[in-house]
Write a protein that binds this ligand. Structure first.
Ligand SMILES: [Mg+2]
Length: 268
């Protein structure tokens, strides 16, 4: 197969929410493609705003063994191939430190930004659709602070204040995330290549939101996965300029078709 004959080392690096999963957390249509990639020895590396606890659970359920980037690039985890012990590469700042920054931002902004972890379980369930144990896994935050999206009129000022305090904010579909300044998904992938001593690994990246932009920008094959209403407005410019390709269907179905198309083109 050409992929191996070329000796090119491809990684599939993928966002989870809205990309590999739809907004009901369904990823069934992607499972045969994940299995196929596994047979081809192409790693599938989750790169998500989710917590390590959530991704560990997901990996177990769908049979993934490759490293995983969590909390929007705040940390990377993986298993040593021989000992199976988990390693940890920390890139961001601790939750408690970021939590104090969120307090400072709130007071400067004159608007109380509400962390996800301060909501009741019922409120979290209504906001995220998560229930039971899944809520506990989502609250196990170490390297980022998710908070409720403030009204749009605060958005610009919020970014400016955060930047002045050495923090970055990414707006997601359901909430925003506060991270250490300079932490993002793209930087995490570059650090992972260094850590695994695979500087020549080529990246097929898939994402659906603003927080995926730094990941798509460092990829060799960047793919935007649309929602049912089309691609996220933050990513449209990259698609129209031809920098990013657009998956032919929403969520996991589009994810599968786009990945299979790229890999099949290699095999020709
Ligand atoms: Mg997403």
């Amino acid at each position: 197969m050409k992929l191996k004959a070329n000796n090119t080392n491809w990684w599939v690096v993928t966002d989870i929410d809205g990309t590999l999963m739809d907004h009901n957390y369904d990823l069934q249509p992607a499972l045969p493609t994940i299995k196929w990639l596994n047979e081809l020895s192409i790693p599938v590396i989750p790169c998500t705003s989710k917590t390590a606890a959530e991704v560990r659970d997901l990996r177990k359920n769908i049979g993934l063994n490759d490293p995983f980037i969590v909390e929007n690039g705040g940390a990377i985890y993986g298993n040593d191939p021989s000992s199976k012990l988990e390693w940890e590469l920390i890139l961001g700042e601790k939750y408690e430190k970021l939590r104090s920054k969120l307090r400072l931002i709130s007071s400067e902004l004159g608007y109380s930004l509400m962390p996800l972890n301060d909501l009741s379980k019922l409120e979290i369930s209504e906001l995220t659709g998560l229930t039971g144990k899944a809520i506990e896994l989502a609250l196990d935050r170490q390297w980022s602070v998710p908070f409720l999206n403030p009204p749009d009129s605060y958005r610009k000022r919020l970014g400016e204040i955060a930047s002045g305090l050495g923090a970055t904010i990414y707006q997601g579909n359901r909430m925003s995330h506060l991270l250490a300044k300079g932490s993002h998904k793209g930087k995490a992938v570059i650090r992972l290549k260094e850590f695994l001593n695979q500087p020549d690994a080529k990246i097929i990246a898939l994402g659906d939101s603003q927080n995926d932009l730094p990941l798509l920008e460092i990829a060799d094959k960047p793919i935007v996965v649309p929602g049912k209403e089309g691609p996220n407005p933050f990513l449209r410019e990259g698609i129209s300029s031809g920098k990013f390709s657009l998956a032919p269907a929403p969520h996991s179905a589009g994810w599968s078709l786009a990945v299979r198309k790229i890999i099949s083109d290699f095999e020709k």
